[in-house]
Design a protein around this ligand. Structure first.
Ligand code: PLP
Length: 432
């Protein structure tokens, strides 16, 4: 990894992992749109395949453009290694499949993105991996659901629609008692939350959201914290400690002892990317790198605009309730203040007085905000979950996820605050 030039995210976002091309001098990261790499000779090829030398073999495994993004993400997050994937979904799946096989289980927070919930409750279940869902309000519920075959804990930092911040340190500490790593999906809170500082072992992102930031490119990332000693838990973490028959009997926790702790990331690359193949395209890696250059600036403005929108909505007569981390109470508010620094995110929820009809009317009246299922775009976005993302759920199920018929989710973008407020004002006037 390149020596960081600074500790400041503003500088790292522009410089970590890449300086300039040694041949052409190009300062922008080149897009290496290639599938394969010429070997020097058969010895060189054999060394690369046996991991005796590090180098490029095939883009499903490594690619120089992806490598820049992986290094930049690892440095920005304060981790030791990054892996990028074709989407956030692939990142979540690999993060689990790298530790658990049929007969194993993981314990996950109930507060999850719907796609992750489906992956856990159905796809992983069909693969024989049980996901035990517990309420994160009580961190001890993770300990209670743990048994000998529990391989990981999983949660989102700032899950929507509830926007209650996850107790990262509390659950990471419980996991460390058992040799169980906490994997945190930090998609909604890049830079404003640093899960490794609180003991998380792995961070996952949908790079499709704030990292890319412009709604152009799908991508995912998995970052290893380097703060979890996989080799100390041979019973608990067999995939990283038993000889791997699909890779010359390699024991991943011992594969590169001289380097930073990267056993977890190394196995994802060598096994899951090799055999399941959800690789990011070099072009998307370029686009996401471009996005990350302005991530510190953008996050700051997303948070500032969101706080102003919260203030506006709180005093609006058509609005029954506003949902934002700073408006939570009790331990939810304590956790928001403990884990989010420099802002509380760009996601805002609110509930309209007149239920579903008002929610639909509001969305259909928006002129500036886009009506889309995405979050984390530089443009402001809105959705009415009861008629879209949560429409298959019963009203009771909707309530358990924090949604009711009048709930609207906003992802506040970077437009001038007056323009966002004007659009919300006119749509609210029509909704009631
Ligand atoms: N995690 C979170 C918190 C998300 O919001 C999403 C997508 O909305 C994902 C993961 C999945 O990411 P992707 O859409 O890039 O596959």
């Amino acid at each position: 990894m390149n020596t960081p030039l600074s500790k400041h995210p503003e500088t790292l976002a522009l410089h970590a992992g890449w300086r300039s091309d040694p041949v052409t001098g190009s300062t922008a990261p080149p897009i290496y749109q290639t599938t394969s790499y010429q070997f020097d000779d058969t010895n060189h090829a054999a060394d690369l395949f046996a991991l005796r030398k590090i180098g490029n073999i095939y883009t499903r495994l490594t690619n120089p453009t992806l490598d820049i993004l992986e290094k930049r993400l690892a440095v920005l997050e304060g981790g030791t290694a990054g892996i990028v994937t074709a989407s956030g979904q692939a990142a979540s799946a690999y993060a689990i499949q790298n530790l658990a096989v049929a007969g194993d289980n993981i314990v996950s927070s109930t507060n999850l993105y719907g796609g992750t919930y489906n992956l856990f409750a159905h796809v992983l279940k069909n693969q024989g991996i049980e996901v035990r869902f517990v309420d994160p309000a009580d961190p001890e519920s993770f300990a209670k659901a743990t048994d000998d075959r529990t391989r990981a804990y999983y949660a989102e930092t700032l899950p929507n629609p509830k926007l209650t911040v996850f107790p990262i340190q509390e659950v990471a500490d419980i996991g460390r008692r058992f040799g169980i790593p906490l994997i945190v999906d930090n998609t909604a809170a890049p830079l404003i939350c640093r899960p490794f500082d609180h003991g998380a072992a792995v961070v996952v992102y949908s790079a499709t959201k704030y990292l890319g930031g412009h709604g152009t490119s799908m991508g995912g990332a998995i970052i290893e914290g380097g703060n979890f000693d996989w080799g100390s838990y041979p019973q608990r973490q067999p995939l990283l400690n038993n000889p791997d028959p699909s890779y010359h009997g390699t024991i991943w926790s011992k594969a590169v002892e001289s380097l930073d702790p990267i056993a977890y990331a190394l196995r994802i690359r060598a096994i899951l990317l090799r055999d399941l193949g959800a690789v990011m395209s070099p072009f998307n890696a370029f686009m996401i790198l471009q996005g990350i250059e302005t991530l510190p600036l953008r996050m700051e403005r997303h948070c500032q605009n969101a706080e102003k929108i919260v203030h506006f909505l709180k005093t609006h007569p058509s609005v029954k309730r506003v949902i934002y981390p700073t408006l939570q109470q009790g331990y939810d508010l304590t956790r928001a203040k403990k884990y989010l620094k420099g802002g509380f995110g760009g996601l805002v929820g609110f509930e309209l007085n007149n239920g579903k009809k008002a929610g639909e009317k509001f969305i259909n009246s928006l002129e500036l905000l886009y009506h889309v299922a995405n979050i984390g775009d530089s443009r402001s976005l809105a959705i009415h979950p009861a008629s879209t993302t949560h429409s298959q759920l019963t009203p009771e199920e909707q309530l358990s996820t924090g949604v009711n018929e009048g709930y609207v989710r906003l992802s506040i973008g970077l437009e001038h605050i007056d323009d966002i407020i004007n659009d919300l004002s006119q749509a609210l006037a029509k909704a009631n």
